[in-house]
Structures are given as structure tokens and as C-alpha cells.
Design a protein around this ligand. Structure first.
Ligand code: NI
Length: 167
């Protein structure tokens, strides 16, 4: 088990498009375990492989307060999306920044689990938001890209300044 380093926006590697996982093997299962540990320690409710500089289509999500309901999504695809809902989002790659994003209210996703078995899940509320947010990471998209250009540049400056202060 190892805690992984989370890339911070505006790191250009966050804009890499992830490739599909072709076999769910021991290496992938180790990565899932390390990603879950990293997410829980942060603490966060979702983490995409992109955020730990592994550019494959893999997400871990756990929105439970007890941190014992891990969802693993490998090669996720949205089969259906309904409605619209606005919710405040944050991201482990954009620490301390929260803002409202509008997304589908309910999504049906197909993916593989940690054993390589296919499943379908219909989610709404926070879980639906989290799935869409994490799937964006796999496309190289960070949630701040939904905000106005002015807000994006303010966030970039803030995070760059904070990075310099810690060096
Ligand atoms: Ni994120």
C-alpha cells in the first residue's frame, strides 16, 4: 500500500486523455487499492487515475461518511443522463476552491468492477455529480473549466502563488 501524489491544477498532465484499461490484472488492483487509500487520506469522495498521473480509465468513489462503500469504475460509459442540477463542487487537484457546476441530475453508467465484471448503475444526487466529475478527469477536464475565464485565471494565480509559498 502506498499513498500516491495527487497532481495539482494547473498541472498540464491533468489535461491528458486516459486510455481504456485492457485487462483488470494485479497491477490495476494494486493501483485501485493505492488510489482508495490516497482518496480516504486526503480526505476526498472521488479520485480519477488521471489525478495520480496514471492515464487509464479508472475511478474510485466513496461518498459514504463511514468510508466503507467504495465504488470502482473501470472504462466507465454514460448510457443515459436526465435532468439538470447545480451543486457546489471541489476537487483534490484544486484544493480549497469550491464553485457551482450544472450537471445531469441522474446518470446510468456501465463500467467494469475491480474483478473485471461489467455492471450498470443508476445514480442521482451527489453520487451522480461525483461520477460525472471524475469521468471528466479521464477526458482531461477539471471542473474549474466550467467556470468563467476570469474565475479560471484567478484560481490559477491563487494556486500558483500557494505553490510558491510552500517551496
Ligand atoms: Ni476532481
Amino acid at each position: 500500500m502506498a499513498k500516491l501524489t495527487i497532481l495539482r491544477y494547473p498541472d498540464p498532465r491533468l489535461h491528458t486523455r486516459a486510455r481504456p484499461v485492457d485487462s483488470v490484472d494485479a497491477r490495476i488492483r494494486q493501483l485501485i487499492s493505492d488510489m482508495a487509500e490516497t482518496m480516504y487520506a486526503a480526505p476526498g469522495i472521488g479520485l480519477a487515475a488521471t489525478q495520480v498521473d496514471e492515464h487509464i480509465q479508472l475511478l474510485v468513489i466513496d461518498i459514504s461518511e463511514t468510508q466503507d462503500q467504495l465504488h470502482v469504475f473501470i472504462n466507465p460509459q454514460i448510457l443515459a443522463a436526465q435532468g439538470n442540477a447545480e451543486r457546489e463542487e471541489g476537487c483534490l487537484s484544486v484544493p480549497g476552491i469550491y464553485d457551482k457546476v450544472t450537471r445531469a441530475e441522474r446518470v446510468t453508467v456501465r463500467a467494469l468492477d475491480e474483478n473485471g465484471a461489467a455492471f450498470e448503475l443508476t445514480a442521482e444526487g451527489l453520487l451522480a455529480v461525483c461520477i460525472q466529475h471524475e469521468m471528466d478527469h479521464l477526458q482531461g477536464k477539471v471542473f474549474v473549466q466550467y467556470l468563467s475565464p476570469l474565475k479560471q485565471s484567478r484560481i490559477k494565480n491563487k494556486l500558483k502563488k500557494r505553490l510558491q509559498e510552500t517551496m
